[in-house]
Design a protein around this ligand. Structure first.
Ligand code: G
Ligand code: G
Ligand code: MN
Ligand code: NA
Length: 257
């Protein structure tokens, strides 16, 4: 069976699942959002991580249906939270393949209408694996998405954007938030130079940041000393199945009307 068939029948059979990792204000541990992360459920109940199959999916032309499943699942979750009076923003990862596909904008509009999702509750994480020229091609789409009111984050920030000419270009990218790549958090507190550089860039660009991959208190303390106030990582929680995420993080949340 081809990978294409495996993925398409898998989607139909409910093999896809969305896990949730909390995003917190690291000063007071208040919940500020969640990142949805795709998992593939095997028959024995174990899960595969997307690192094992996203690249395959991209190369075999099934990233778009897979990504569409993620978008619809995310909208459904936002709708169910909304019914409970919870208006937490949810971040979803978007593959470059989805940005290249012209259908993304109308499809997203349709889903947001169907599930009554407020655009500002959805944050699209685009990554540097989308190369700069590809990002340039996606520029008008990104603008249109933001005009819809959807937020855009640049994932893995700092990993591929080395050149000053790119940084100059970043000033015009329609982006709301930079996610500092976890490699810069990993080396804390012993080697803070790269983190300092990356956060200085964000400050000059006047873009807010979220630190990824916070695993221990020493890293957290250093980030706080740098006035970084948003983060996610195993120190707080790993990506969790929906029920577990809701039990641990949503059950004592203030409810909005
Ligand atoms: O939990 P983690 O192993 O989930 O994710 C591994 C990689 O897969 C990360 O780079 C993450 O951005 C990516 N990823 C996770 N879920 C999705 C998804 O729904 N769509 C895309 N395109 N990438 C995803
Ligand atoms: O590329 P992206 O930022 O979407 O990747 C998210 C990935 O990072 C997921 O695979 C998630 O499981 C992983 N992740 C989240 N928190 C941590 C952490 O504290 N440490 C490590 N090593 N990985 C993390
Ligand atoms: Mn991400
Ligand atoms: Na990342």
């Amino acid at each position: 069976q081809s990978l294409e068939n495996t993925v398409l029948t898998g989607i139909a059979q409910g093999r896809c699942a969305l896990f949730f990792q909390p995003q917190l204000d690291i000063r007071d541990k208040r919940l500020i959002g969640a990142e949805g992360l795709l998992r593939w459920r095997h028959e024995d109940g174990s899960y595969s991580l997307p690192a094992d199959f996203i690249t395959d999916a991209e190369q075999n032309g099934v990233m778009v249906p897979l990504g569409n499943w993620v978008l619809e699942a995310s909208c459904k979750v936002l709708a169910s939270w909304r019914q409970r009076g919870i208006t937490l923003p949810l971040a979803v990862n978007i593959s470059a393949k989805q940005l290249q596909e012209t259908n993304l904008l109308p499809h997203l509009k349709l889903l947001m209408e169907r599930y009554q999702v407020r655009p500002s509750q959805l944050m699209l994480e685009i990554t540097e694996t989308a190369r700069i020229d590809e990002l340039d091609k996606s520029l008008s789409l990104l603008r249109q998405l933001r005009e819809l009111g959807v937020l855009v984050a640049l994932d893995d920030f700092g990993m591929g954007y080395a050149s000053l000419s790119f940084l100059n270009r970043l000033r015009t990218l329609p982006v709301d938030l930079l996610k500092i790549d976890r490699s810069f958090i990993e080396s804390l507190p012993e080697d803070p130079v790269m983190l300092r550089i990356v956060s200085a860039i964000a400050r000059v660009l006047e873009l807010p940041v979220i630190a990824e991959g916070i695993e221990n208190q020493a890293q957290l303390d250093f980030l706080l000393s740098q006035d970084i106030c948003w983060g996610q990582g195993y120190l707080f929680a790993e990506p969790l199945p929906q029920t577990e995420f809701e039990q641990r993080f949503l059950s004592n949340l203030p409810v909005n009307a």
